[in-house]
Design a protein around this ligand. Structure first.
Ligand SMILES: Nc1ncnc2c1ncn2[C@@H]1O[C@H](COP(=O)(O)OP(=O)(O)OP(=O)(O)O)[C@@H](O)[C@H]1O
Length: 238
């Protein structure tokens, strides 16, 4: 589904991402973790077309999409959320999702269908006519996920969609991520909350100082002494 080979990103003298390779199978949830500044968001940005990688290749369904702009990658099937949620405050929830759908749909009718389905799966349908500016944070996060889903991704990149949620909201968000996966979408998720990563991930990749430190099943990876050491002093947000 998604294959990344030897991706690197340099900012002047700083190598934020160094030689990262990973692959994501259909219907798989891959957790991407690492201490602050490890390079996770930069990696996402390179995969989703917000910035071009300095080296390496990104393929989706076998097609090379390296360095393509975000709107093209969106059509190729890569959808993403942003760490900072910025909906169009003056638009309704539904119209915000429609903006995502219009990136992908072939017609207005199709965009409407993509929008309604995204509102349904995220549980936002009952408040579709509310203004986005009126939403509390958990619903704004859901709106961000709905907007990305409305682009009909094959692979969805989620960047810290749980930050700022209380424990029961986190539980609901975990259920949403599983429902997204069950609908056939592969998910690559950056998340600081370890309980979320452990609950949803089929596999985990750990980044540290831009490099891949470990990869494997959640329990194996968390028992890896190199991973424990990388996190020492950072504290786990369990
Ligand atoms: N546009 C940029 N220009 C220069 N340096 C950058 C840029 N974006 C990120 N960096 C640097 O790259 C490194 C990796 O940052 P990145 O945001 O990718 O880490 P992260 O793992 O996502 O961290 P966090 O968990 O805090 O979001 C950091 O040292 C950061 O300062």
């Amino acid at each position: 589904m998604l294959e990344v080979d030897n991706l690197s990103k340099r900012f002047g003298g700083l190598t934020a991402v160094r030689d990262i390779s990973l692959s994501l199978a259909e219907g798989e949830i891959l957790g991407l973790i690492g201490p602050n500044g490890a390079g996770k968001t930069t990696f996402f940005n390179c995969v989703a077309g917000a910035m071009a990688p300095s080296a390496g290749r990104v393929r989706i369904d076998g097609r090379d999409v390296t360095g393509q702009k975000a709107h093209k990658l969106c059509r190729a099937g890569i959808g993403r959320t942003y760490q900072i949620v910025k909906p169009f405050a003056g638009l309704t929830v539904r119209d915000n999702v429609m903006v995502g759908a219009l990136n992908r749909a072939e017609s207005l009718a199709e965009a409407r269908r993509f929008t309604e389905e995204a509102l349904e799966i995220t549980g936002l349908a009952p408040i579709g006519d509310d203004l986005a500016s009126s939403l509390p944070l958990p619903r704004r996060k859901r709106l961000e996920v709905a907007r990305a889903l409305a682009t009909r991704p094959k692979v969805l990149l989620l960047d810290e969609v749980m930050a700022g949620l209380n424990p029961s909201e986190v539980d609901r968000a975990i259920a949403l991520i599983r429902a997204i996966r069950d609908s056939g979408i592969s998910v690559l998720i950056i998340e600081h909350l370890m309980r979320v990563i452990m609950a949803v991930s089929d596999r985990i990749v750990v980044m540290h100082h831009g490099e891949k430190l470990a990869e494997g099943k959640p329990a194996e990876v968390m028992a890896d002494p190199r991973v424990v050491k990388a996190y020492l002093g950072e504290g786990f947000n369990a």
